[in-house]
Design a protein around this ligand. Structure first.
Ligand code: SF4
Length: 328
C-alpha cells in the first residue's frame, strides 16, 4: 500500500474543500477502496473520510425518500419505509456481500464500487484498459464467464458489481453531488457510463465531486416490486444475472412496469425495450418472454458467457411471473 494522509471531514463544505486536490479520494466504509489500495490499483495520497456526514434516511416533502450518502447499507435495507415502499431495494441490498460488509459499506460508496473483473485486480501481467488506458483487455479472449453481454466495447467487457444500484436504477433514483464548484443532480440512469474507448471513466462524477445523497421519487408501483439474483453460491457472490422489477396489472394487462438488469453490463442496465414491450400487454409468461427477448436481442456474448442470455431471459420471466402472481 502506498503512503497516504487520512483526514476526517466535519461537513460537506469541509469534505469538498479537502477533496479538491487531484490525488484525494473520499472514504466511505472502505470495503472496496481499501482492497484496491492494498493491491496498489488505487493510489490516493489523501483520504477524506466522509462517514461522519449525513446518514439520514427520511421521507421528503414530495413523499419520496432522501438517503444520506453516508447511510450504511444495512440501515437502508432495514428501514421501515424502504421495506414497505421499495421492497426491491431492501432485497437487492440484502442479496449483496455479507452482513459484516453491509454493516460497513455506505450507500455512496456502494454506487462507486468498481468491477470485480479478476484481470482488473491482477496488475502483475494482465492487460487491463480500465486500470491502464491503452494497455489492452485480457478478458477478451480470456476467462469471461462473468462478463458483459450488453453494451460492452472492444476495450472492456466488465460488469458493474452492485446489487443496490440495479434496484435504484429501476426506481428512477437521482444522485445529488457537491463540489467546490457547486451542487448538481444527476439521474442514476445517466450517472453511469458504458465503457466505449475509456473504460477507466465509469461515471459522470467530476474530479473532487462528492455524492451527498440519493433521492427516490414517491411511487405506488415500487411497493409491488422484487429483486431476484442468480449466482454461483447462495451468499457472498456477485450476480451472474439479476433483475429488479416493479409491476402494475389492471384487468389482466400490464399498466405500468420498471425493469433493471444486473450482472450483464458495465452499468446497471435499465430494460427500456422490455418495459415498452410490456405496457398494455397481457401479464402472462408468453408476454414476459417476448419482452425479455426484445431486451436481449442486442446481446453480444463472448467466449464463456453465452449462457447468460437464456439465464437472464428466464430470470426476467420468473421475476415478472412472481410479481403478477402476487397481484392476482
Ligand atoms: Fe480490464 Fe475491463 Fe478487460 Fe476486465 S474487461 S481486463 S476490467 S479492460
Amino acid at each position: 500500500m502506498n503512503p497516504f494522509s487520512y483526514e476526517r471531514a466535519v461537513d460537506v463544505a469541509d469534505a469538498v474543500r479537502r477533496g479538491a486536490v487531484p490525488a484525494a479520494k473520499y472514504l466511505g466504509g472502505g470495503t472496496n477502496l481499501v482492497d484496491l489500495m492494498r493491491e496498489t490499483i488505487e493510489r490516493p495520497q489523501r483520504l477524506v473520510d466522509v462517514t461522519g456526514l449525513s446518514t439520514e434516511i427520511a421521507e421528503d416533502d414530495d413523499g419520496g425518500l432522501v438517503i444520506g450518502a453516508a447511510a450504511r447499507n444495512t440501515a437502508l435495507a432495514e428501514h421501515r419505509l424502504v421495506r414497505r415502499r421499495y421492497p426491491m431495494l431492501a432485497r437487492a441490498i440484502l442479496s449483496g456481500a455479507s452482513a459484516q460488509i453491509r454493516n460497513m459499506a455506505t450507500v455512496g460508496g456502494n454506487l462507486l464500487q468498481r468491477t470485480r473483473c479478476s484481470y482488473f485486480y491482477d496488475d502483475d501481467g494482465s492487460r487491463c484498459n480500465k486500470r491502464e488506458p491503452g494497455a489492452g483487455c485480457e478478458a477478451i479472449g480470456g476467462f469471461s464467464r462473468n462478463h458483459a453481454i450488453l453494451g460492452a466495447s472492444s476495450s472492456c467487457i466488465a460488469t458493474h458489481p452492485s446489487d443496490m444500484a440495479v434496484a435504484l436504477v429501476a426506481l428512477d433514483a437521482v444522485v445529488h453531488l457537491n463540489s467546490t464548484k457547486g451542487e448538481r443532480n444527476v439521474r442514476l440512469t445517466e450517472f453511469y457510463r458504458l465503457p466505449g474507448e475509456r473504460p477507466d471513466l465509469e461515471t459522470q462524477l467530476q474530479p473532487g465531486e462528492l455524492i451527498t445523497s440519493i433521492t427516490l421519487p414517491a411511487s405506488s408501483l415500487a411497493a409491488r416490486s422484487n429483486y431476484r439474483k442468480v449466482r454461483d453460491r447462495a451468499s457472498y457472490a456477485f450476480a451472474l444475472v439479476s433483475v429488479a422489477a416493479a409491476l402494475s396489472v389492471e384487468d389482466g394487462r400490464v399498466s405500468d412496469v420498471r425493469i433493471a438488469l444486473g450482472g450483464v453490463a458495465h452499468k446497471p442496465w435499465r430494460a427500456r425495450k422490455a418495459e415498452e414491450a410490456l405496457r398494455g400487454a397481457r401479464a402472462d409468461a408468453a408476454a414476459f418472454s417476448v419482452a425479455a427477448e426484445a431486451e436481449l436481442a442486442g446481446a453480444e456474448p463472448v467466449r464463456d458467457n453465452g449462457f447468460k442470455i437464456e439465464l437472464m431471459r428466464r430470470t426476467m420471466v420468473a421475476t415478472l411471473e412472481k410479481l403478477a402472481g402476487d397481484l392476482a
